[in-house]
Design a protein around this ligand. Structure first.
Ligand code: ZN
Ligand code: ZN
Ligand code: ZN
Length: 140
């Protein structure tokens, strides 16, 4: 991942370019599956502490760079957003897929979560859908 693309992406989401932000963003670009806080921490622990990693992830979510992915065990993971997301406006309600063999979770960008009908007086705040199965590397 080139430094320039990282810089431009941060700038596009009105974030100051810091080494920590660029490093963590690069990790997301290098993986096509969702990453947990611990996954990120493992990869940068020589340079940044827990709190810094936590704050950076939160900032990225707030600014529309990454979104939360709820795992089936309740764990929180994060995945890169598509280009349409911006500050406070995550525009995708897609399904996530978890492989039950390798445990990796990926975004199914093409699969929208079906419309949810709520009873009168209910307010929808968040919706997530996780499907499980075998990924292409594990299905043999
Ligand atoms: Zn998003
Ligand atoms: Zn798999
Ligand atoms: Zn996703």
């Amino acid at each position: 991942m080139s430094e320039l693309i990282l810089k431009e992406t941060l700038k596009g989401h009105r974030l100051r370019n810091t080494q920590c932000r660029a490093d963590i963003l690069a990790i997301f670009y290098e993986h096509d599956f969702a990453l947990s806080h611990a996954d990120i921490e493992d990869r940068v622990s020589e340079h940044y502490d827990r709190v810094t990693v936590y704050r950076t992830l939160k900032t990225f979510v707030d600014k529309g760079l990454i979104h939360k992915v709820l795992d089936d065990n309740g764990a929180q993971k994060y995945a890169l957003c598509n280009a349409d997301c911006s500050e406070d406006l995550h525009k995708h309600e897609h399904v996530h897929f978890k492989c039950i063999r390798c445990g990796l979770t990926t975004c199914l960008d093409e699969s929208d979560i079906p419309g949810i009908k709520l009873p009168a007086g209910y307010v929808l705040m968040d919706v997530s859908m996780l499907v499980t199965g075998y990924c292409k590397d594990c299905q043999q």
